[in-house]
Design a protein around this ligand. Structure first.
Ligand SMILES: NC(=O)c1ccc[n+]([C@@H]2O[C@H](COP(=O)([O-])OP(=O)(O)OC[C@H]3O[C@@H](n4cnc5c(N)ncnc54)[C@H](OP(=O)(O)O)[C@@H]3O)[C@@H](O)[C@H]2O)c1
Length: 262
């Protein structure tokens, strides 16, 4: 895939992994981005940070249909097509299911999954106008292996995995490469309240994601060989993973207790 001249629509491009993706796309020659995020000041900071880059900045919430429609009105008034849709915006609220507020349950599902699906649906006509398009969906390692105390978040990210797979097959005769990225713990604002020893850098996640796009990979799974082996074990011998969970149950519980970034 040629990156120069691509028009990239990214959700949650104003922080963390999304912002690093923008940085690395800019380094590789991309000049046109549309970005949606809820905070106007974080969006304004993008324009200052990346001088000379053309931004369509829309303050909005991907879980709100009217905000998605407003975003696409803005995009279609400036661009003839979308070459790359990156569904990156996401939130997390961890803890025992009984302790996650009803509001956090609904919002995690609406932001991480429903909004992603609706935006993809509404963006598709413009994506299909591109000569060579891509859809990059950011799931999570928890979308491949569900862990206790991340029941709702893991469910949304498994939903992203399956949506991505179904769309790849639905668009099989179109020139649209659909791929999914599965980061493990990554050092961003989302992880401020999570107690994790080792975190990947946003640089690593963005580099692997973009390399995956350029090499037409279907899945980019962070976390190295160990993670790939665990994914296989989880599928073929899930009780092995359960044993590790039993051994580390209290640690999982205390680490996730305060983990909330909504
Ligand atoms: N960090 C990790 O350890 C990790 C691991 C696996 C997967 N992921 C996934 O990677 C993606 C990026 O996460 P991150 O760690 O970079 O998070 P982050 O640093 O918290 O950034 C999230 C971005 O999404 C935007 N956003 C959040 N809710 C939104 C909404 N309702 N509508 C529009 N924009 C919204 C935020 O801007 P506003 O707050 O201004 O809206 C921000 O720009 C997420 O999908 C996350 O689930 C992260």
């Amino acid at each position: 895939m040629e990156l120069e001249h691509k028009k990239v629509l990214i959700t949650g491009g104003s922080a963390g992994i999304g912002k690093e993706l923008i940085k690395q796309f800019v380094d590789r020659g991309v000049k046109d981005f549309a970005v949606i995020g809820r905070s106007q000041s974080k969006l304004d900071a993008l324009q200052k940070e990346f001088e000379g880059i053309n931004f369509i900045l829309v303050a909005g919430d991907v879980s709100k249909l009217e905000d998605i429609e407003h975003l696409l009105e803005q995009v279609s008034s400036h661009w003839e097509c979308i070459d790359l849709l990156i569904n990156n915006a996401g939130v997390v609220s961890a803890g025992a299911l009984k302790d996650i507020s009803d509001e956090d349950i609904v919002n995690q599902i609406n932001i991480n999954l429903t909004g992603l699906i609706l935006l993809t649906k509404k963006a598709l006509p413009l994506i299909l106008k591109s000569k060579e398009a891509g859809i990059m969906n950011i799931s999570s390692g928890l979308g491949l292996i569900a862990k206790p105390f991340y029941s709702v978040y893991a469910a949304t990210k498994a939903g992203v995995k399956h949506f991505s797979e179904a769309m790849r097959r639905e668009l099989i005769f179109e020139n649209v490469h659909v791929m999914t990225v599965y980061p493990t713990a990554t050092d961003t604002g989302m992880m401020t309240n999570a107690k994790v020893d080792h975190m990947d850098s946003t640089e690593l996640v963005a580099t692997k994601s973009i390399d995956g796009l350029l090499n037409k990979k279907i899945n980019v799974i962070l976390g190295g060989e160990k993670r790939l082996k665990d994914v296989d074990t989880n599928l073929n011998d899930p009780l092995e993973i359960d044993k590790t969970v039993m051994e580390n149950y209290e640690a999982y519980k205390s680490r996730t207790k305060e983990h909330r970034a909504m």
